[in-house]
Design a protein around this ligand. Structure first.
Ligand code: BGC
Length: 911
């Protein structure tokens, strides 16, 4: 009661101040003054995860505050074993007390030892700059998986001689269930059912790993599905990547295998454990055939109705066979699952030949089609998938190479409508060809099921030039459809691999568009698993398609992804965990170097899919230098100064040798003067200071005059081209490249109807390498946010603590807007030209600070800047007094303001 009165009084104060022209933004009548309860609570980057398998999980929360320039000065975390305790503000598991710290992310659990298979509840509050405490956050929770390998009792099983792919286990519970957890892993894919219920929403689970080294398992809360008396667990199993032959290489395993362990606590304290073993029963079910590339054959006549229920007859079922399975580590799958996230209605259906129907999804997508059909028993309906059509309307599958990519459904035919969708495969497609359909299909016969890792969207970019929005849309689709538990190159042909070059080049784009923290955490562990003893990492992870002594533009994904995890999420633990592996990698590079410069190139890709060739030696040396620089930075972050200095010195030596070898002082060109060569040198700021402008001129002239504003690079070079042009004062030219619509350009792809990015700048539709859905050219998406919208961090900032808002008001743009929900909260930069200047709206999360440059065109004189109606810059100088702004100064391209957290509305005017 008292608190309520106090709150109302404080609210009135704010309202009065606002009315008095202080310009504080009031979010709504309910907003109390001062610190608001933290929200967006995360544990190991996930919301309410069930499968925490680390003893010290890290917490993160987002701070709220009604005032500007605020921060956290202390926090208190409570972790309780029961929700009621937490409601009484009691943390029986951990009460951190008031901890002086401004960390609102990466806060490691430090309470009593966590136990396996338990639920924990947590909440947090914080103190602001004035030492005012917030309310506690809403309650969040996390559950633990199996924390020690010795807790695994289950055996790997498979279908044995019977080739069974359905498994079941019946058991009796003598009492009602208080709590139950089920852990499940497969060498392949599984679908889990308990007492007739499909459990969870994951598909194509678990995600692909180097199975002999590590298998991921999922954790489910099955308590609500169990009952006193007879129960049944039922599982469908398929081979997935475990049995998929890739590029003619050996498969991991001939047969898939299954591992299940369930632990239930009954009311009254008794506990029951059910594990996969020879007492499980198996039979060959309706999935007659399945493979990642090949698709699925499903014979509905072989369904075994009731097989997932208790008291099922089990006629014909035989005991499962215990097998060796994988002896590798078992890790909890702690990342967004692969899921069917959306459903697409086809935009048209055509019939290019009798009995052949082609459905156009209007969008190139990953997943499968769902079929509705009615007809006689045994009718075989075939759905074949393609990205392309021939002129005659038939599907063109030349570019999917050896992938059979089709699903076949054999009708049950007992009357009534049947629906079918694949379970254990996926396809990359825009078109579905339907044959063997009984009768005449309609648009309603088929739906597209969009399937990929269900990462949350965190970013939004929009601009006044429509082609940029089109490219952004296509980047989003290409990125999502290439996330299948790991970042892949493509989703359609007989490849779909974790190509490391593609992964590293697009990581920043991905992290600004989506919440990638957990997925990359897992991927980095996959990389470490794939590292060879001498330190080399392969170019595909898991290694199936690629090889060792890979091109350095691919191997570099190891250090670069770790660096991005630090920059984007402030994740120091992942640096610590990988420090030894990264050192081993850098030492491997060093052993391959002679006189500090590579003479023998590794790998063969260079500036892959380039239009003008850049020498591979040059590319290799660039990556060597960059990797050593990155390593020096990571060691510095860890506070390992001696190593940091050692690597910094090495980097300096390489840089000098690099310039001696590749810089031509007579022409101010690097190597053979391609766009890639000069852009990469500029990106690392390698040109001698007094020659930098000439190199930049060479680059600019090459783009503008030699190639009429077109790129000549491959996917590696273009990632450096856009930032290099921007950093050397050529944002307008970079913009012109970005909005180009003639060949070669992103816009050209769009103008030719692309709904996902192509693998090549060229338009091709024959049997050569030409996927229609590659993300690798999507790196420009990061440039949209960083340059056009202006969302950046200062040089040494990590996890968006120090923001650098610096939009490039490129000449063809009227406005641009970028918003990223970072680990610390929302960052926004939205600018628009006005008749007499520019407006810029900025949002800085509580606890972060920003340096904001309000762009100013050179022609303007007599410039004033207002912030929310209040003058903050006039007569060439800063006008103090605006809350949140600490100072301002004239800069080359605008007026720079130092600001604290909060929302700001700048308006710059002049004559
Ligand atoms: C993949 C690429 C990859 C390249 C490297 C291709 O087949 O699709 O994206 O990076 O090979 O060799």
């Amino acid at each position: 009661m008292k608190g309520g009165t106090k709150q109302r009084y404080a609210f009135m104060q704010v309202a009065l101040l606002a009315a008095a022209g202080w310009g504080w933004s009031l979010l709504g009548a309910e907003t109390p003054a001062g610190p608001g309860a933290p929200d967006t609570l995360r544990c190991e980057y996930l919301r309410d995860p069930l499968g925490v398998d680390t003893p010290e999980p890290r917490f993160a929360w987002v701070l709220e505050h009604s005032q500007r320039a605020e921060k956290q000065t202390a926090y208190q975390v409570l972790v309780a074993t029961r929700a009621e305790l937490l409601d009484q503000n009691r943390g029986d598991q951990w009460d951190s007390g008031k901890v002086s710290s401004d960390d609102s992310t990466q806060v490691a659990y430090a309470g009593k030892a966590l136990e396996s298979g338990k639920d924990y509840f947590w909440k947090v509050r914080y103190w602001d700059k004035e030492d005012r405490p917030s309310e506690y956050s809403k309650r969040a929770r996390f559950g633990t998986a199996l924390l020690a390998p010795s807790e695994w009792k289950a055996s790997w099983i498979n279908g044995g001689a019977a080739k069974g792919n359905e498994f079941r286990k019946e058991f009796t519970l003598q009492g009602s269930v208080a709590h139950a957890r089920l852990y499940i892993a497969a060498l392949g894919y599984y679908e889990l059912r308990v007492n007739g219920h499909r459990i969870g929403h994951k598909v194509l689970d678990p995600a692909w790993t180097t199975y002999p080294k590590r298998v991921l398992y999922s954790t489910y809360d099955v308590g609500p599905f169990l009952k006193e008396g007879a129960n049944a667990i039922a599982v469908m199993l398929a081979g997935g990547w475990a049995t998929q032959e890739v590029d003619g290489s050996q498969v991991y395993y001939k047969e898939p295998a299954l591992l299940v362990q369930m632990q239930a606590a009954l009311e009254g304290g008794k506990s029951v454990e059910i594990v996969s073993d020879a007492t499980w029963k198996t039979i060959g079910g309706p999935v007659a055939e399945s493979s990642v590339y090949g698709g699925e054959v499903y014979d509905a006549r072989k369904e075994t109705p009731g097989w997932d229920l208790a008291r099922f007859g089990e006629t014909g079922w035989v005991p499962a066979q215990v097998v060796d399975g994988s002896a590798g580590a078992r890790s909890s799958e702690m990342m967004p699952p692969i899921q069917a996230v959306d459903e697409i209605v086809p935009v048209r259906m055509t019939s290019p030949a009798p009995g052949v129907y082609v459905f156009d999804m209007g969008q190139n997508m990953s997943g499968w089609a769902r079929l509705r059909v009615e007809g006689p028993t045994g009718t075989r309906v075939t759905m074949r998938y393609s990205e392309l059509l021939y002129d005659n309307g038939m599907i063109n599958r030349e570019n999917i190479r050896g992938a059979k990519s089709r699903d076949i459904y054999v009708l049950r035919g007992e009357g009534g409508e049947e629906t079918y969708e694949a379970r254990f495969t996926y396809h990359g497609f825009r078109y579905v060809e339907l044959t063997g359909f009984p009768g005449t299909p309609s648009l309603d016969t088929i739906r597209g099921r969009v399937v990929h890792s269900a990462v949350d969207t965190v970013g939004s970019f929009t601009a006044s030039t429509q082609i940029l929005n089109d490219i952004q849309r296509v980047i989003r689709w290409s990125q999502l459809t290439n996330l299948m538990g790991l970042p892949t190159d493509c989703d359609q042909r007989d490849e779909r691999q974790g190509w490391m070059g593609d992964a590293q080049i697009t990581a920043e784009e991905a992290m600004m568009n989506f919440d990638m923290a957990a997925l990359y955490t897992n991927f980095i562990r996959n990389i470490a698993d794939a590292q060879r003893d001498d330190g080399a990492v392969p170019d595909t992870v898991p290694l199936k398609y690629g090889s060792y002594d890979a091109d350095l533009g691919w191997q570099t994904a190891y250090p670069l992804l770790v660096k991005y995890m630090w920059e984007q999420y402030g994740d120091k633990r992942i640096i610590e965990q990988n420090e030894a592996g990264l050192k081993k990698y850098v030492e491997y590079l060093r052993r391959n170097a002679k006189d500090d410069v590579f003479v023998a190139k590794l790998g063969h890709e260079g500036d892959w899919v380039e239009l003008e060739h850049t020498p591979h030696d040059y590319m290799s040396d660039f990556w060597y230098l960059y990797d050593v620089q990155v390593m020096a930075g990571l060691e510095k972050t860890l506070g390992h100064d001696a190593d940091a200095q050692m690597y910094a010195k090495l980097a300096q030596n390489i840089a000098e040798a690099f310039n001696r070898t590749y810089f031509h002082p007579d022409t101010a060109q690097y190597a053979n003067g391609t766009q890639a060569a000069n852009a990469m040198a500029l990106f690392l700021n390698l040109p001698p200071a007094d020659r930098r402008d000439e190199v930049a001129d060479n680059l600019g002239n090459n783009v503008l005059y030699a190639h009429d504003t077109h790129v000549t690079t491959g996917f590696i070079g273009v990632r450096f081209l856009m930032p290099a042009l921007t950093a050397t004062g050529r944002s307008d030219l970079a913009y012109d490249l970005a909005v180009q619509t003639t060949y070669p350009s992103w816009g050209y792809m769009i103008s030719r109807g692309a709904t996902t990015l192509w693998e090549l700048w060229q338009e091709k539709n024959g049997p050569s390498m030409n996927s229609q859905d590659h993300i690798m050219f999507g790196s420009v998406g990061a440039w949209f946010y960083q340059a056009l919208a202006g969302v950046n961090q200062s040089a040494d900032s990590a996890g968006y603590r120090q923001l650098r808002i610096q939009p490039q008001a490129a000449h063809g743009l009227r406005w641009a807007s970028g918003t990223v929900k970072t680990i610390r909260g929302k960052v926004e930069s939205t600018w628009a030209r006005t008749e007499d200047g520019i407006t810029l709206k900025v949002s800085i999360p509580v606890g972060s600070e920003g340096h904001v440059t309000v762009p100013r065109s050179e022609e303007l004189s007599g410039v004033t800047v207002e912030e929310s109606g209040r003058v903050v810059w006039e007569n060439g100088g800063y006008v103090a007094g605006d809350p949140g702004i600490r100072g301002a100064a004239r800069e080359d391209n605008g007026i720079g303001f130092n600001v604290g957290s909060g929302e700001y509305n700048f308006r710059l005017r002049g004559q």
